[in-house]
Design a protein around this ligand. Structure first.
Ligand SMILES: [Zn+2]
Length: 264
């Protein structure tokens, strides 16, 4: 109670006081208490349009969701993605990705296989892999890391630059509460050549993620074929980059090879 609680605007669900600042609001700027707002799992732009009745209906569905997780959901596969993971129940053809933005991580929304329309893996803000329902195999454009050349003129410490790249996984859904779920898919970092290694290792950790998602969406091509494309293209690119760095091939030759490999 006290300073941070607003008892004049009680929560329409449980009647408790609501936060004075930054409360989650439904239609008519009606604030919710923290406990009730944590139970909501819905794109935030939809939450602000909810009526009290709509919210009650949603919270009932959330209880059904928790019940489904407890009594029916039996994951047969767990795939690590950044700080979270995807739990896949291949028998019931459902999956979860427990994220804070989707509400209580102990009650993550259950998605049906057929609700997943596509996914996208981003390196920083650029998609490097994309797959949509109906596609034959993922469209991959592994990015090429361009090292910053140190001339050493006024660089007193003469240290190689530390490079960081973060990855994001976007899921596109036809779920009534979620049309897009965005999750961190980890990062790669290191100094120059170490970065190369970490980057490739990281792409390797993302392969089971794409394979699992392709499996959920369904395709004519097996996950393994889709995976090996990503691997061989990026491995080949790294090899050519090393030839370029070693002065065995020139920039023009490298650019031609890169275009061929990426199918540009
Ligand atoms: Zn409440």
């Amino acid at each position: 109670m006290g300073l941070f609680t607003n008892n004049k605007k009680p929560c329409p669900i449980c009647g408790e006081g609501t936060p004075r600042l930054l409360a989650t609001q439904i239609a008519g700027n009606t604030p919710l208490c923290d406990d009730c707002s944590r139970k909501v799992s819905m794109v935030s732009s939809q939450v602000s349009k909810l009526s009290v009745e709509g919210l009650k209906e949603h919270l009932l569905k959330r209880e059904e969701n928790a019940n489904y997780l407890k009594t029916v959901f039996a994951p047969t596969k767990r795939i690590e993605v950044g700080w979270t993971h995807i739990n896949i129940d291949e028998v019931n053809r459902t999956f979860t990705i427990p994220l804070n933005i989707c509400g209580d991580t102990k009650n993550p929304p259950v998605f049906k296989f057929e609700e997943l329309q596509g996914y996208e893996i981003l390196e920083e803000y650029t998609p490097i892999e994309r797959f949509n329902r109906g596609d034959v195999s993922p469209l991959c454009t592994p990015m090429m890391y361009n090292p910053v050349i140190q001339f050493g003129f006024d660089d007193k410490d003469d240290k190689a630059e530390l490079i960081n790249r973060s990855f994001t996984l976007n899921l596109y859904l036809t779920n009534p509460c979620w049309d897009k779920v965005e999750s961190s898919a980890g990062s790669a970092s290191g100094h120059e050549r170490d970065f190369h290694r970490d980057y490739i290792n990281h792409l390797n950790t993302l392969r089971p993620v794409s394979a699992a998602l392709v499996g959920i969406i369904g395709s004519n091509v097996s996950g393994n074929v889709a995976q090996s494309n990503v691997g061989s293209i990026s491995d080949d690119l790294i090899k050519f980059k090393e030839l370029l760095d070693a002065g065995i091939i020139n920039q023009d030759e490298f650019d031609i090879k890169k275009k061929q490999l990426l199918g540009l």
